[in-house]
Ligand binder design. Structure first.
Ligand code: HEC
Length: 132
């Protein structure tokens, strides 16, 4: 094998090892563009939602599509649209907190899915993102 062939194979190997996985990763990451629009500071809240609520609820910004419970984009922000100011967010947040703390529909949505410290974080996230 001469030096030129050797270098060509080296470059090809580099391409396969480094660039292709990177490309696949980027491609995968951009599949769900709506949930990508969520701020990095909301990663924790979004993860909590995905893990604890997403199997039952659709919320576009969390990238979930559960159908056991109502679509939260539609239920919370259907007619009036997404919460636009702090007051509307606070009102929606306490509605979501009530649902999480007390449950709904005779156990169809069980009470106490989240620890007390997580309730506000998730409810605030849902209130800000529902309908967006
Ligand atoms: C086991 C399935 C299930 C899980 C898990 C679940 N829910 Fe629900 N949720 C439901 C069902 C079913 C309803 C509708 C109950 C009814 O209206 O009788 C509902 C209703 C709601 C509502 C509507 C309340 C209203 O005022 O209209 C909100 C908000 C909500 N859930 C938020 C959440 C959040 C946040 C989580 C995660 C912490 C969650 N849910 C987890 C099943 C679930």
């Amino acid at each position: 094998m001469n030096k030129k062939t050797f270098i060509s194979f080296g470059l090809l190997a580099l391409l396969l090892v480094a660039i292709i996985p990177l490309w696949a990763y980027k491609k995968d990451g951009s599949l769900d563009s709506s949930s990508d629009a969520v701020a990095a500071s909301d990663d924790y809240a979004r993860e909590l939602f995905q893990t604890n609520c997403g199997s039952c609820h659709t919320l576009a910004r969390a990238g979930t599509d559960g159908v056991v419970g109502p679509d939260l984009d539609a239920r919370l922000a259907g007619a009036a649209g997404p919460a636009q100011d702090d007051q509307a967010i606070a009102a929606m947040q306490s509605r979501v907190e009530n649902a999480i703390k007390n449950g709904l529909g005779d156990g169809a949505m069980p009470a106490g899915i989240l620890q007390a410290s997580e309730v506000e974080i998730v409810a605030n996230f849902v209130a800000r993102e529902a309908g967006r």
